[in-house]
Ligand binder design. Structure first.
Ligand SMILES: NC(=O)c1ccc[n+]([C@@H]2O[C@H](COP(=O)([O-])OP(=O)(O)OC[C@H]3O[C@@H](n4cnc5c(N)ncnc54)[C@H](OP(=O)(O)O)[C@@H]3O)[C@@H](O)[C@H]2O)c1
Length: 286
């Protein structure tokens, strides 16, 4: 299959693109610089220059592929809409996969939530629900929305939330977590397991499939803070601080700020079995 990956130079999209190559697909990757084009070439991915804010650079690749995967933010002003990309697909059987996330659920507290639970009704949740509905109810295309939870990989030095937490622990000499958060739990997923779900969805998903993508079990904020301390070389230096002070130090780093326990039942129904190292194992190995 020829698959167009928007976000092929990113953390998730890059891993998905490499998995698709391993699965013997032809992969076309969107890129925004000569350096990125060369890096894609080196991985066997055909680069195509473009930007989500320039629809004319997206539509031809979507229209000449069997599948398009959007694994990039949708927030920049002037960004093409997912519906415009779906309209550009050349056949109603072509696949379109949009990536959103689970951060727009309200605090799940102790409950395990699944796709039947509505997102928050605040601005962010409403905007996400609208775009997801536009994809899931599109009149043509084999459309899927994948909602990753907190994503990590084996490389803890990579840009992202895990590196931020470790860097802050190194700077401060302590791994802090918000004092009201010790009992919270969050779902996480290894990026290679997640890439495998994109592969399965490409082959198996029927039109209008919405799927959350957590590995199990969820991790406790306290265990995560402990593992961050170990990875930073300051084992057991774990302390609570007030939520206000936490936000001052970390900004809106959501992983410690609300319980986010997500069911993977629907993904499992596709035969998805995440099996990579847990986030605690990755952090403990440094
Ligand atoms: N990482 C997580 O824990 C997580 C969890 C849930 C959901 N998500 C969502 O998954 C998506 C990918 O996340 P990620 O962690 O892989 O992010 P990332 O590493 O920052 O990658 C983002 C990708 O999007 C591309 N991109 C950004 N703006 C673009 C534009 N205007 N036109 C074309 N391409 C553009 C980037 O291209 P350049 O290389 O040129 O910048 C890059 O390939 C994001 O939408 C994120 O919100 C991530």
């Amino acid at each position: 299959m020829r698959v167009f990956v928007i976000g092929a130079t990113g953390f998730i999209g890059g891993t998905v693109a490499r998995q698709l190559i391993t699965d013997e697909n032809e992969v076309v990757g969107l890129c925004r610089s000569d350096e990125a084009a060369a890096a894609l070439n080196d991985q066997g991915i055909t680069p195509v220059r473009g930007d989500l804010t320039a629809p004319d650079s997206i539509i031809p690749s979507a229209g000449s592929s069997d599948a398009t995967m959007w694994i990039a933010p949708r927030t920049a002003e002037g960004t093409i809409s997912p519906s415009q990309v779906i309209d550009a697909l050349r056949s109603p059987d072509d696949a379109f996969i949009l990536t959103t996330g689970t951060g727009a659920y309200t605090d799940t507290e102790d409950a395990v939530v699944d796709e039947s639970v509505a997102l928050s009704t605040d601005r962010r949740g409403t905007a996400q629900s609208e775009v997801e509905s536009s994809v899931l109810q599109a009149p043509s295309g084999r459309t899927t929305v994948i909602r990753p939870v907190w994503v990590y990989g084996d490389d803890i030095t990579r840009r992202g939330w895990m590196r931020t937490l470790i860097q802050r622990a190194l700077e401060l000499g302590v791994s802090y977590y918000p004092e009201d958060g010790g009992t919270r739990r969050v779902s996480t997923v290894h990026v290679e397991d997640l890439a495998n779900l994109y592969s399965i969805a490409l082959e198996e998903a029927t039109p209008g499939t919405l799927v959350n993508a957590p590995a199990e079990p969820p991790v406790s904020v306290l265990d995560l803070a402990g593992a961050v301390a170990t990875a930073a070389g300051i084992p057991r230096k774990v302390e609570p601080i007030s939520a206000d002070r936490f936000i001052e130090l970390f900004g809106a780093l959501g992983i410690y700020q609300k319980s986010m326990v997500i069911s993977r039942k629907r993904a499992s129904d596709f035969g998805w079995e995440p099996g990579r190292k847990s986030v605690l194992e990755v952090l403990s190995e440094g």
